[in-house]
Design a protein around this ligand. Structure first.
Ligand code: KIV
Length: 267
């Protein structure tokens, strides 16, 4: 008998897990091959993050990522996921101008991909947008603290320490109907207080151990993104060197005429 597939994660599972104090695991994914591998690991949620602007496209910020690019990546990831809930980032410029614009952008993810939810950045400023999306039946994950799309206003990717700002933003996101909220780069004590205060699960990145869940950027976790490595990253593998080694061996084999061999050729 083939092993029974575990049931897919749903939006209501997130609320239940917060109540049960069951920690939630989230990883970013940008393509089908990696999403298949990650989904098989039992991760609860795959986030098609606009961090792809930096770790896939090689930009210095996420600002240049377009809605078309996000939909393209989200489609590949969502097609791979058997169990994990798939959430896609609304990129910079796709939701700020008006709630109508936000709904049009978010609808693309639900119509053109198998994603279950969208994520957007900001607190009180975007509360009406979150409410409008939720009223249009589009599940929303919020994101407060360090919001990379605000990098120009913030003057860099800095730890956020204003507890009142963060708390008010998180409350506004929860009250607007978001089903979960990312807390990025803030002291652990602030994240712990937000987690105790808001009724929706908090997913931390650089926000300490007391969040209801954690998210990491997968190329960071795998040691594939060898540029800047923030303090909060834990590298679970160092795949950069094995990849370079495999490619070097291939190049040497091609140059020496050792590849392909008889067993790798047709007769
Ligand atoms: O874009 C992204 O990958 C994110 C995570 C870092 C939370 O927003």
């Amino acid at each position: 008998m083939p092993a029974k597939e575990p049931p897919p994660v749903t939006i209501p599972d997130f609320a239940r897990w917060k109540g049960d104090r069951r920690k939630i695991s989230v990883l970013t994914a940008y393509d089908h091959t990696m999403a298949r591998l990650l989904d098989a690991s039992g991760v609860d949620c795959l986030l098609v993050g606009d961090s792809l602007g930096m770790v896939v496209q090689g930009r210095t910020s996420t600002l240049g990522v377009t809605l078309d690019q996000m939909v393209y990546h989200a489609e590949m990831v969502a097609r791979a996921a058997r169990r994990a809930l798939v959430v896609a980032d609304l990129p910079f410029g796709s939701y700020q101008a008006s709630t109508d614009r936000a709904i049009d952008s978010a609808v693309r993810f639900l119509k053109e991909t198998q994603c279950q939810a969208v994520k957007l950045e900001g607190g009180r400023r975007v509360a009406p947008t979150i409410r409008a999306l939720v009223e249009a039946d589009i599940p929303v994950m919020g994101h407060v603290g360090l919001t990379p799309q605000s990098v120009r206003r913030l003057g860099g990717f800095k730890v956020q320490r204003d507890e009142r700002e963060i708390m008010d933003d998180a409350r506004a996101v929860a009250e607007s109907g978001a089903f979960a909220i990312v807390l990025e780069c803030m002291p652990s004590e602030i994240a712990a207080r937000v987690t105790a205060e808001v009724p929706i699960p908090t997913i931390g990145i650089g926000a300490g151990p007391d969040c209801d869940g954690q998210v990491l950027v997968t190329p960071d976790l795998l040691g594939l993104f060898e540029g800047f490595s923030p303090k909060f990253v834990r590298r679970y593998a160092d795949l950069g060197e094995p990849i370079r080694k495999a490619a070097r061996e291939y190049v040497a084999d091609v140059q020496a005429g050792r590849f392909p061999g008889a067993g790798e050729s047709f007769r």
